[in-house]
Design a protein around this ligand. Structure first.
Ligand code: IMP
Ligand code: MG
Length: 177
């Protein structure tokens, strides 16, 4: 028996709001990188939906790669230990890199990933995150393009999961405690 998938959570950010913000961010990126090539690096798995929507609105030349980092088990708390479990398969030295993440929570994951990519001497390294929970921050992380600041709630949907479920919801929701 499966639980009632659509009735155990509330909507925090609806599809229209997401689309509008993604459009704004894409325009900023298009302006900044006009005439250049952008290496877009998605952080698996959570960024896939945001990244896909964003890429459809990016008009500069892009190359798309993915990496995987994990600091969470299957629960809702960060372990603080970040592992890069899949690396990108290209050299980024001298290139413009845009890292795309779903959410910045404690900041542990992005601090590690940014440090690792920074060592490879990209010409430019910027971070774009759909969501941020500033109240939860432990490590300061500079977010160059941010969709939304959200309160300290565990959110699901638009790529984000709870124990691998809910990633396909077209909006950002939260489970009522
Ligand atoms: P951080 O290292 O604590 O910043 O955690 C970042 C990662 O934890 C994100 O990439 C997400 O995969 C996951 N995460 C953090 N907060 C949430 C949430 O509210 N819902 C789902 N995943 C989350
Ligand atoms: Mg993630």
């Amino acid at each position: 028996m499966s639980m009632d998938y659509r009735n155990n959570h509330k909507i925090l950010i609806n599809e229209d709001a997401l689309n509008k913000r993604v459009e704004e961010i894409a325009q900023e990126i298009n302006k900044k990188y006009e005439g250049q090539t952008l290496i877009v690096v998605g952080v698996l798995k959570g960024s896939f939906m945001f990244m896909s929507d964003l890429l459809k609105k990016i008009t500069v030349d892009t190359e798309v790669y993915f990496l995987k980092a994990s600091s969470y088990g299957s629960g809702t708390e960060s372990s603080g230990v970040v592992k890069i479990t899949k690396d990108i398969d290209t050299d980024i030295e001298g290139r413009n890199v845009l890292l795309v993440e779903d959410i910045i929570d404690s900041g542990f994951t992005m601090k590690e990933v940014l440090a690792m990519l920074g060592e490879r001497k990209p010409a430019m390294l910027e971070l774009c995150s759909c969501l941020s929970k500033p109240e939860r921050r432990v490590c300061e992380v500079k977010i160059d393009y941010l969709g939304f600041e959200i309160p300290d709630k565990f959110v699901i949907g638009y790529g984000l999961d709870y124990a691998e479920k809910y990633r396909n919801l077209p909006y950002v929701g939260y489970i009522e405690q």
